[in-house]
Design a protein around this ligand. Structure first.
Ligand SMILES: *Cc1c(COP(=O)(O)O)cnc(C)c1O
Length: 321
């Protein structure tokens, strides 16, 4: 089984460095006092388009050969990958088509357009938009860039782990929000190659966690998608998963589940204690520490992965506390 290596992540880092933000890793003083844990936050929500996805998207576009660059790229994504790919492509002068279903709200469609991508609306759900994505890809010879199951995406996401290793000594564990597993596969590869004793902990929501269920089952399984405050963590890992399932299975030391209620508490606490606006998927690491379900003595680094939450939803969560 092929896996992304530390060298590939280092190469990705050199390539994307001029284009992405080297995000700060900050000691969260108030949060640490409240949690009784020394907590450091890797602020990936500061990346262009508001999530770490910009790292992988930029690496994928930079990896294209001249012919593919001239033709353009395509993906199906209703979450943070679509705008990230649109921006990475447009900044590098490459055409991008982002397939979205009729379910996707107009503000997300407008955001893809604002980032320089071409939204292509087809189908009544994600699976139908994926079928349309494959059809268009073949018809127009566009390069498919999957949101997570792609070595270019894994290597790009892994650069966040590389930076953590440069930014802090003596961490005990790293908490990584987990959905398709591109981020965890990359971050774990970067960290374990240098310091295998550091615990890499995946955190995901209680309901609709495809990777968690797949690891339990020993093979990729589909789960029903349910509504959650951590909407960016929804979706299946794919029954024909090529890159992330085995990487996550082999590298993850522990996988912690958090409830929507706990995630809401973490969003409110990150704002209250640290003045940060974080979306549900980005707050699950802090939710896991708050829940007491994480075994980690010493310094913990949490990847804060995104900030794309609507004003309305954010205010609801913060007001409820
Ligand atoms: C995509 C995403 C994740 C999960 O990343 P995977 O590589 O799919 O595991 C976590 N947080 C945010 C904000 C995301 O957009």
């Amino acid at each position: 089984m092929a896996k992304v290596t530390l060298d590939e992540i280092k190469t990705a880092h050199r390539c994307i460095e001029p284009h992405v933000l080297r995000t700060p890793l900050v000691h969260a003083e108030t949060l640490s006092e409240q949690l009784g844990h020394q907590v450091w936050l890797k602020l990936e929500q500061l990346q262009p388009t508001g999530s770490f996805k910009f790292r992988g998207a930029t690496n994928a576009v930079l990896s294209l050969d001249d012919q593919q660059r001239a033709r353009g790229v395509i993906t199906a994504s209703s979450g943070n990958h679509g705008p990230a790919l649109a921006r990475a492509a447009s900044r590098l002068g490459v055409r991008s088509v982002i397939c979205l279903s009729h379910l996707v709200p107009e503000n997300k469609v407008a955001n893809v357009r604002r980032q320089g991508g071409e939204p292509h609306i087809a189908g009544h759900d994600f699976d139908q938009s994926l079928i349309e994505c494959r059809r268009l890809m073949a018809e127009q010879q566009l390069g498919l860039i999957h949101a997570f199951d792609d070595p270019r995406i894994v290597a790009g996401a892994g650069t966040a782990g590389l930076e953590i290793m440069d930014q802090i000594d003596e961490i005990t564990c790293v908490l990584v929000p987990l959905s398709g597993g591109g981020l965890l596969a990359g971050v774990a590869a970067a960290i374990k190659a240098r310091a295998p004793q550091i615990r890499v902990i995946g955190v995901t929501m209680e309901n609709g966690a495809s990777m968690y269920q797949s690891i339990q089952a020993g093979a990729p399984v589909n789960v029903e998608e349910v509504e959650t405050i951590a909407d960016a963590l929804g979706g299946n890992i794919g029954l024909h998963n090529k890159w992330t399932f085995e990487a996550v299975r082999d590298h993850v030391d522990d996988c912690v589940l958090v409830s929507d209620e706990q995630i809401r508490g973490a969003i409110a606490l990150l704002f209250d204690a640290q003045g940060l606006v974080v979306e549900g998927a980005g707050a699950v690491g802090v939710a896991a520490l708050m829940s007491g379900g994480v075994r980690c003595s010493g310094r913990a680094a949490c990847l804060i992965t995104g900030r794309n939450i609507s004003t309305k939803q954010f205010l609801n969560v913060v007001r409820a506390k």
